[in-house]
Ligand binder design. Structure first.
Ligand SMILES: Cc1ncc(C[n+]2csc(CCOP(=O)(O)OP(=O)(O)O)c2C)c(N)n1
Ligand code: SF4
Ligand SMILES: [Mg+2]
Length: 289
């Protein structure tokens, strides 16, 4: 949540550092939670871009990961479960100069919120969606999530998960996201770079982050063994190659899978606005009275 004194102190001339993006509320995550690495990378990315906290909003739903706005000095919106993307879409349309981040979990974005994801991607809403994927519902104590592996036993799946796990990177590519990347919370510097690129990209940026739940589903050893950087000569314009790579299950690739320039939703919508017309709230509300 924004700290008014901090926002007021940060003048345009100041050089902003990581501490300027901290709210002062310490994260209440469990020791070892991957979300610490994601939060740290997000602070560093905002500092690298020298964005004023007052010009940034973090929209989130519900979950351990969705608590992120509380730990940031930016503006924040802790909404209802699964609805961060439509909330962020509205914010961006109404305030195109704001930098909007959506931060949440695999449950929030790929389960209850999955219906919103394809539309935000296809419309190319100019926001950056950072998904902290721990393959479980951490907040509600470890039920299976849409990204849990087949056979994974939990209280909600005592005989093991029988569904094929969703592949968030593949889902984003298939639905027209114009920037798609994957990072790992235990590599916060590389993740910082991906978030910087995502924010700079003018369109829907999806940064899928493997962010283990140390408390209920500790996958650090698995990811330490299975992650692999994308080749240095990877062609980020080749959608078919990106889709093929996203289908691979043997390795968990990190880096920018795909990037494309396409008109953003906001730019497309504004084309239809009469030149110079100011939004009149009273006139607008009159239509519904
Ligand atoms: C409408 C609604 N349904 C269900 C819940 C219960 N609930 C809270 S968080 C959550 C899942 C959280 O999982 P995820 O988004 O992956 O976040 P994590 O805690 O793993 O970071 C659920 C099912 C809720 N709060 N609201
Ligand atoms: S329950 Fe898991 S996801 Fe939630 S704070 Fe603890 S380690 Fe992180
Ligand atoms: Mg989760």
């Amino acid at each position: 949540m924004p700290d008014a004194t901090k926002v007021a102190q940060a003048t345009e001339a100041d050089v902003l550092t990581v501490k300027d993006y901290k709210s002062g509320d310490k994260p209440i995550w469990c020791p070892g939670c991957g979300d610490f690495g994601v939060l740290s990378a997000t602070y560093k990315a905002l500092a690298a871009l020298q964005l004023q906290p007052k010009d940034v909003v973090v929209a989130a739903g519900i979950g351990c990961s969705s608590r992120t706005p509380y730990f940031m000095s930016t503006f924040g919106f802790h909404g209802v479960h699964g609805r961060s993307l439509p909330i962020a879409t509205g914010m961006k349309l109404a305030n195109p100069d704001l930098t909007i981040l959506v931060m949440g979990g695999d449950g929030d974005l790929m389960s209850i919120g999955a219906g919103h994801f394809p539309h935000a991607a296809a419309r190319n809403v100019d926001i950056t969606c950072i998904m902290m994927d721990n393959q479980t519902y951490g907040l509600t104590k470890a039920q299976a999530s849409p990204t849990s592996s087949m056979g994974h036993k939990t209280k909600s799946t005592p005989y093991g998960v029988i569904a094929k796990p969703m592949a968030p990177v593949l889902f984003a590519l298939a639905n027209g996201a114009t920037f798609v990347a994957r990072g790992y919370s235990a590599k916060p510097n590389d993740l910082t770079d991906l978030i910087v690129q995502g924010i700079k990209h003018p369109g829907f940026s999806f940064v899928h982050v493997q962010s283990p739940c140390a408390e209920f589903f500790n996958t650090y050893d698995f990811y330490d063994e299975h992650i692999e950087e994308l080749p240095s000569d990877w062609d980020q314009q080749d959608l078919k190659a990106a889709i093929n790579l996203a289908l691979t299950e043997e390795k968990v690739h990190l880096g920018v899978f795909y990037q494309e320039e396409r008109q953003s939703f906001g730019a497309a919508v504004r084309q239809f606005e009469p030149e110079g017309k100011q939004f009149d709230l009273a006139e607008y509300l009159q239509r519904f009275s």
